[in-house]
Design a protein around this ligand. Structure first.
Ligand code: C2E
Ligand code: MG
Ligand code: MG
Length: 720
């Protein structure tokens, strides 16, 4: 605190008696004050306005305006509210003292004056003023801090229920215009409680009484209907003050408006637990839910099932139409699956139905939690329904998209007792469905495990496989639909793993693509196929066209044309004996570049076929621009052709379209005579599939071929 009589301190003396005035003035100046004087009330007021003194020493009785009036006037004057005013009263004049305080005086001194005491009195008054100023400042900054923190304090007399609060709290929570006016300030606990949201009120009351009984400080969050009608989230901190006998007298604390924090917490939760694309629970949420459900199943000794649902053609949609279309498809799929699950609940009378049985784990992977099933069959019913749901086309923008799903199921307790095992086993079962041609469901079986482990180790052993010569080509014949003659064979690679045995390309080609092995492997396949064609020609005098599959990574590779040309030349076959198969989706990506590569291949005399044709058929417009010779209709369409009229129509349309573009049509995956018959009627040119033969090892292939030709000749003779 600075010296109250620092040279700056100005005292205004208002005194009509000239002797007293001069005496006081002398004395004060001697004590280090600066002084100014006025000899009556009006002069005093004018001097106050002009000089803004630090203290006013004011005589009570003056002619004209007396001291009381002047005091009141100064107080009413801007800047006069807090200035110390010391009044000079007559000795023993108690009435004047009272009036002095009433009119706003800070203190008084009695005349005749003891000057020594006067100085002390004035210094004391000045110091008190400084402290009061400081207190006012800190109160102002506290109020400001409260305003910023959207916080206000309150206290409550426990016995009477009388409630008091700061202006800030009043403004925040109770003012009906949400602002400055100060109307219904609650004055009792009941009034505050009346504004607490109904759902939260019992909790707020219970918590208060509980803490009161225990005499413990506490905090609680609740929602309150603010004066302006808005719902605010309030954080309340509470402490108790106790009397000497230990009884609580006063509760006091703060209310803070935490609405914004709560809303952003909710948003963060949303982001942390839900998938932004579909709005479904994400992996984190799902894992929590799964452990709850498992714990419950354990306790109640019940069964539950876990389903992995993977979309079969999702990558193709993403690749052909972009990520927006992919996202839209995921949204529609999730809606359909959710609805279907709701209907299944009704069907199964599943009383403990989980409101969120479906989650998206990422990519095109969904997972379904059947928290209460009676037996495994229930899960099969659900799986069948979900697959059925997926079959209907999806409208993505202007395009109709067809997808199917592969579902793997694991059940508790049969297939695993913990989350991790159940998830892994459902995943393994799903993979098995994919291997078996997709679009179906499978329950987990114990022997699936060993294959899955092998798949994990595949990456490392795959590299060695090429060095150790573990790959083999099998050949599947293609038959002329009109004459029945063998026209060619598709070379399909196999991996003879020393421990696992035969592994199909569906399992290791994706891994080979990821690891870059597909390029050297592809080169080997091309060379081997050319050698085989040459060998058959020499040994059996049979000329045959062999087709090889090229993967996207391989097709993008530099020097592919040179590799092919060299392989053909080295083997000594004609380029027309080699055909390459490329998938449709693979070509859609960088059409212009691919067209150049295809032109180069055909310039060599090598035929190009589009594999798995029909699954991305909305891009037929592109197809017209591609320099190709042949399309192979995907076995997904062939499979249902005799049962599903839509599939039949698609195949018939595709054949007609291909013919209009002068392309040969091969149907793959033909498994029975019904399919064969239908395809022949549609005008399909060549047939490939188990109906004639699976892919065979080279010597088996020759044996099969001879046998087939013999049977063919017999048939011809019989029908002739
Ligand atoms: P893809 O080119 O569409 O080959 C046809 C697949 O259908 C072969 O499976 C074949 O065994 C199978 N298949 C043939 N007839 C039938 C039938 O009547 N019913 C059923 N359900 N399936 C039949 P595979 O050999 O497992 O090959 C799978 C895929 O692996 C091939 O599909 C091809 O995309 C890829 N692939 C095979 N060999 C190679 C290769 O040397 N290089 C590359 N890059 N990919 C290859
Ligand atoms: Mg193929
Ligand atoms: Mg194919």
């Amino acid at each position: 605190m600075s010296d109250t009589t620092s040279p700056g301190t100005l005292v205004l003396i208002v005194e009509d008696d000239v002797v007293s005035r001069i005496a006081v003035q002398d004395y004060l100046e001697e004590a280090g004050f600066r002084t100014a004087c006025a000899e009556d009330g009006d002069g005093g007021l004018a001097a106050f306005q002009a000089l803004r003194p630090d203290l006013v020493l004011l005589d009570v009785s003056m002619p004209g305006r007396n001291g009381f009036d002047v005091c009141r006037d100064i107080r009413a004057h801007p800047g006069g509210q807090h200035v110390p005013i010391v009044m000079m009263t007559g000795h023993d004049d108690l009435e004047s003292v009272d009036r002095a305080y009433d009119s706003g005086a800070t203190d008084f001194v009695a005349k005749p004056m003891n000057f020594g005491l006067l100085i002390h009195r004035l210094r004391y008054v000045l110091r008190a003023k400084q402290m009061a100023d400081q207190l006012r400042r800190s109160e102002a900054s506290l109020a400001q801090a409260q305003r910023i923190a959207r916080l206000g304090s309150w206290d409550l007399e426990i016995e009477s229920g009388r409630f008091q609060c700061t202006d800030e709290l009043q403004r925040l929570f109770f003012a009906d215009d949400g602002g400055a006016a100060a109307p219904d300030r609650p004055s009792a606990l009941d009034e505050v409680l009346a504004q607490v949201c109904e759902e939260d009120r019992p909790g707020v009351i219970a918590r208060y009484h509980e803490a009161l009984a225990a005499g413990e400080d506490y905090d609680i969050d609740f929602r309150l209907r603010a004066g302006d009608g808005a719902t605010v989230h309030v954080h309340q901190e509470t402490e108790f003050q106790h009397g000497d006998d230990g009884r609580p007298l006063l509760a006091f604390g703060t209310f803070q408006d935490v609405t914004e924090a709560r809303l952003s917490e909710a948003r963060i939760r949303e982001l942390a637990f839900f998938d932004p694309v579909t709005g479904l629970p994400n992996r984190v949420f799902f894992m929590e839910r799964l452990s709850e459900v498992l714990a419950m199943a354990r306790r109640n000794q019940r069964c539950m099932a876990l389903m992995f649902v993977d979309l079969d053609q999702f990558k193709r949609v993403n690749d052909s139409w972009g990520h927006h279309a992919g996202d839209e498809l995921l949204r529609q799929v999730s809606q359909r699956l959710s609805e279907s699950l709701r209907r299944c609940d009704l069907l199964m009378h599943n009383s403990g139905a989980d409101e969120r049985p479906l989650a998206r784990l990422g990519g095109d992977e969904f997972v379904v939690l059947l928290s209460e099933i009676r037996r495994a069959d229930d899960a099969a019913i659900v799986a069948r329904r979900l697959l059925q749901e997926l079959k209907r086309p999806f409208d993505i923008g202007a395009t109709e998209v067809y997808v199917s799903g592969s579902i793997g199921i694991s059940t508790y307790p049969d297939d695993g007792l913990d989350e991790e095992t159940l998830l892994r086993h459902a995943d393994i079962a799903m993979y098995r469905v994919k291997e078996e041609g997709r679009n179906g469901f499978r329950f987990f079986e114990a022997d699936m495990n060993s294959r899955a482990i092998a798949r994990l180790n595949m990456e490392t052993s795959l590299w060695r496989a090429l060095e150790r010569d573990e790959f083999r080509l099998h050949y599947q014949p293609k038959i002329d639909a009109t004459t029945g003659a063998v026209t060619g064979a598709e070379a399909l690679v196999r991996w003879y793993h020393p421990d696992i045995g035969l592994i199909s390309p569906g399992e290791f080609i994706p891994v080979a693509e990821e690891t870059g092995l597909v390029a050297p492997l592809g080169t080997w396949v091309i060379q081997q196929a050319c050698r085989q064609a040459a060998a058959w020609q020499q040994a059996c005098r049979r000329s045959i066209k062999i087709s090889v599959n090229l993967s996207a990574a391989q097709f993008a590779q530099d020097g592919l044309i040179d590799t092919i040309e060299a392989a053909v030349r080295t083997a000594g076959i004609t380029p027309g004996q080699l055909q390459v198969e490329l998938t449709e989706s693979m070509l859609m990506e960088d059409v212009e570049r691919h067209i150049r590569a295809l032109d180069a291949l055909r310039a060599l005399g090598i035929e190009v076929a589009i594999d798995d044709f029909g699954t991305g058929y909305s891009s037929l417009a592109y197809l017209r621009r591609l320099p190709i010779d042949c399309v192979k209709i995907d076995r997904d369409f062939v499979r249902e052709i005799t049962r599903d009229r839509r599939d039949a129509a698609i195949v018939r349309g595709a054949i007609a379209l291909a013919h209009s573009l002068d392309l040969t049509v091969v149907a793959e995956g033909v498994e029975d005579a019904g399919q064969l018959d239908m395809l022949c009627r549609f005008g399909c040119d060549e047939i490939q599939g188990y109906h004639f033969s699976p892919a065979l090892q080279p010597d088996e292939f020759i044996a099969w071929w001879e046998d087939y030709e013999a049977r063919l000749a017999l048939d011809r003779r019989a029908s002739a």
